[in-house]
Design a protein around this ligand. Structure first.
Ligand code: FAD
Ligand code: FES
Ligand code: FES
Length: 492
């Protein structure tokens, strides 16, 4: 057992013990280190003003990613390199090329969002030798809200940064080998325990340690990326007595391709899952691109999205449509539950105290399968779904539907299949009449909620239209994606 969390902050090593287990990285940086370049805008992962870089060793390689410091627990950052905007300053005292480019192109007015934007652009800069496409830059900035400048100059600033200096000569890139060595030296296999005032946080390093800890503390709050749990602390002001953070358990951070299915570890981030899941269907890729922001996807995990059990989580409908199962572990015991049976009632899952989600088994669609995914939200980027739908249709040689899965989020208290609509498609061609029958049958499947995100009437109408869209898309072979926007979202 180790009672310290050890990490690098910029160019200084820290070893901390005895602090609030749910202290956020942002509060520590600003209140205790007085590194106030990192701003607090919303304290809920939305605005990006608090963006910092986290460097971690993944399979021996050092990777820097942008995350939101406001909802990340300091205690979860063992063996990481935390980089704040203060660290970008050149040894000569001059500006970093990304900052210099922002100045030259007038990418800042009031300046409140600017450090966060600089950090998001720097994450791109560090990872690519050449300027990324405009679409990629827009994607990376979707989680940085600027209220006064307008995004044109900000987006152009990255191109200009590459003209000012090659990213290969960035100090962080030049120092990679040394930082990687330091982080490797900080990592070990000890369970970390941080406690203060009777509250405790455990950070196991292996899946077996995690299993032991969850069995010994069945009421503990499990934390993966904290993109949900972080808000329980900053917005609901909860102070869980015992927290177990999963971030060090590398065994759960793996994707295995088993030929006809994928096994995705619970700790795989949404960003990392995008490659494997997005490869199954371009609309899945598009859905994941619209999942939160880059910062949220870098921290948030697929396991957390499933375990959280939100009726408007984006991965459950897709995973249900693909026929996924969840592997739950308690102590040494494992059980596999079809995902559609995992969600029992509002925020109630088939998860007993002491269980944790170990992995997801995701079958790949068979050749010839028809597949469709749509996310309907008020804003295109960084918004939670009002309705999320994923459909899978298998057909026989005559083109008749042999198996239909129509899975919806936002239509009931849990992510749920539409049994009556599926039955309306069975055994017939998937033509406009069949789609219409299924769209009408939806009324007996769901009585959706009215809330501020969408009215029940809107949800019902849009869900039926998505089935019609699926059929139209199938009939015309259209892809719907136009300049990064799913064109028919506007008409769904
Ligand atoms: C700004 C913002 C935008 C967002 N946008 C979206 C969006 O577009 N779509 C969407 O679906 N979600 C969105 N979310 C919600 C969140 O990012 C996702 O639900 C994410 O997948 C949660 O993963 P996590 O690792 O951060 O989970 P955490 O916050 O760490 O945990 C979430 C829940 O799962 C439990 N848990 C985590 N891992 C395990 C495990 N292995 N076993 C058992 N229990 C576990 C925790 O105890 C907790 O109850 C957004 C969040 C923010 C802050
Ligand atoms: S302060 Fe707004 S995302 Fe962190
Ligand atoms: S410069 Fe003012 S919020 Fe972006």
């Amino acid at each position: 057992m180790r009672r310290t969390v050890r990490f690098l902050l910029n160019d200084r090593q820290f070893s901390l013990e005895g602090f609030d287990p749910t202290l956020t990285l942002l509060d520590w940086l600003r209140n205790e280190r007085r590194l106030i370049g990192t701003k607090e805008g919303c304290a809920e992962g939305d605005c990006g003003a608090c963006t910092v870089l986290i460097g971690r060793l993944r399979d021996g390689e050092l990777r820097y990613e942008a995350i939101n410091a406001c909802i990340r627990f300091l205690a979860s950052l063992d063996a990481c390199h935390i980089v704040t905007v203060e660290h970008l300053k050149k040894a000569s005292g001059g500006l970093h090329p990304v900052q210099q480019a922002m100045v030259e192109l007038h990418g800042s007015q009031c300046g409140f969002c600017t450090p966060g934007i600089v950090m998001s652009l720097t994450a791109l800069w560090l990872g690519a030798a050449e300027a990324p496409s405009r679409e990629r830059v827009e994607e990376a900035l979707a989680g940085n809200l600027c209220r006064c400048t307008g995004y044109g100059p900000i987006i152009s600033a990255l191109d200009r940064a590459y003209e000012i200096e090659a990213s290969s000569s960035d100090t962080l890139n030049l120092g990679r080998a040394e930082i990687a060595r330091t982080l490797a030296g900080l990592a070990d296999q000890e369970v970390i325990e941080i406690s203060e005032g009777g509250r405790k946080l455990f950070a196991p390093a292996t899946a077996d340690q995690l299993a032991e800890l969850t069995a010994a503390h069945p009421d503990a709050t499990l934390v993966a990326g904290a993109t949900d749990v972080g808000l329980w602390i900053t917005k609901m002001l909860l102070r869980p007595a015992t927290v177990i953070t999963l971030g060090r358990v590398g065994e759960l951070d793996r994707i295995e391709d088993k030929g006809d299915h994928l096994v995705i570890g619970a700790l795989v981030s949404v960003s990392d899952a995008r490659g494997a899941l997005g490869a199954l269907d371009p609309q899945i890729d598009e859905l994941i691109r619209r999942f939160g922001s880059e910062q949220v996807r870098n921290a948030g995990t697929i396991g957390g999205n499933v375990a959280n059990g939100s009726p408007i989580g984006d991965s459950p409908p897709v995973l249900i449509a693909l026929g996924a199962s969840v592997i739950l572990r308690r102590g040494g015991e494992r059980r596999t539950v079809p995902l559609e049976q995992f969600f029992i009632a509002y925020k109630k899952q088939d998860r007993q105290p002491g269980d944790f989600v170990e992995a997801l088994i995701v079958p790949k669609p068979k050749p010839g399968t028809l597949f469709h995914v749509s996310k309907i939200s008020k804003r295109f980027d960084e918004d939670i779904s009002a309705v999320c739908a994923a459909f899978r249709l298998e057909r026989d040689g005559a083109g008749l539907t042999t198996h239909a899965v129509l899975a919806f989020g936002g239509m009931a208290a849990t992510p749920k299949r539409a049994a009556a609509a599926e039955a309306a498609l069975a055994g017939r061609s998937f033509n406009a009449e069949a789609a219409e029958a299924a769209a009408l049958a939806l009324a007996s499947d769901f009585k959706p909620l009215d809330d501020w995100r969408a009215s029940a009437r809107y949800r019902s109408t849009v869900a039926a239209n998505l089935i019609r869209r699926f059929q139209a898309e199938t009939a015309t072979g259209s892809v719907h994606r136009v300049a990064g926007i799913l064109r028919s979202d506007a008409h769904a």
